[in-house]
Design a protein around this ligand. Sequence first.
Ligand SMILES: [Zn+2]
Length: 255
Amino acid sequence: MTWKQPKYRKRPGEDRWAGLPLAMHIAVRGAIVMFAFLGVLGVFYYVESMPDGAKAWGQADLEEPIRLFTSEQIRALRDDPQACFAALDGSNMSFAEVEPRSSTPQCRWQAGVAISSSNLDYANPQPPVASCALAAALYVWEREIVAPAAARYLDAEVSEILHYGTYNCRRENSAQAGRWSQHAGANAIDVSGFRLADGRVVGVHRWDDGGAEADFLVEIRDRSCAIFTGVLGPDYNAAHEDHFHLDMGPWEICS
Ligand SMILES: [Zn+2]
């Protein structure tokens, strides 16, 4: 089979508008530039009109569903107490700022808040304090992760989050030496289970029991990793066999 040369090939340097007058050249090229500019502008306005969570430069809006940048925006609140308090102010959470009390420098929380009401209730004793970023993360987690998982797997509403508390001035695993726990900065909560509106209690210790309740717990563990930086549960080690440790620390772990 032989290759046939095409009948017409454009010569290098050939101007496709050679027959047009100069004014037409300018008009056509100007129109192309104008349409390109309007296209870019259109894309910019389209992106700008999207919800904050869908924009890399958006601010955390705790009332929005979880979107592409929600996780990054909540994480950014850790280093920006002013933005964090503004985000909580923009939500329906009731909270009060709490001054650090500890004389141990490692146990003085940054931007601590006491939550008096949120999307879901916390069993007594109410967490006395949470770092602002932890409070912001919990607020989204309750509504976007816990409540839908209960509806999906248990056909129920959650009435109360059961927990072992947030603040605890200690090192990791209560060791004598080593890294300070995120609990020392009120930057972590240990969630032991969920009380449902119909009276049932689903404890994290039922992780291996199978069935809908175990599916509910697994879904919460898995999806929590999109909000919190540290998520440790029964799969991590025996020390977490009866609770989810959820924190906003600097290390990413999901287990
Ligand atoms: Zn913990």
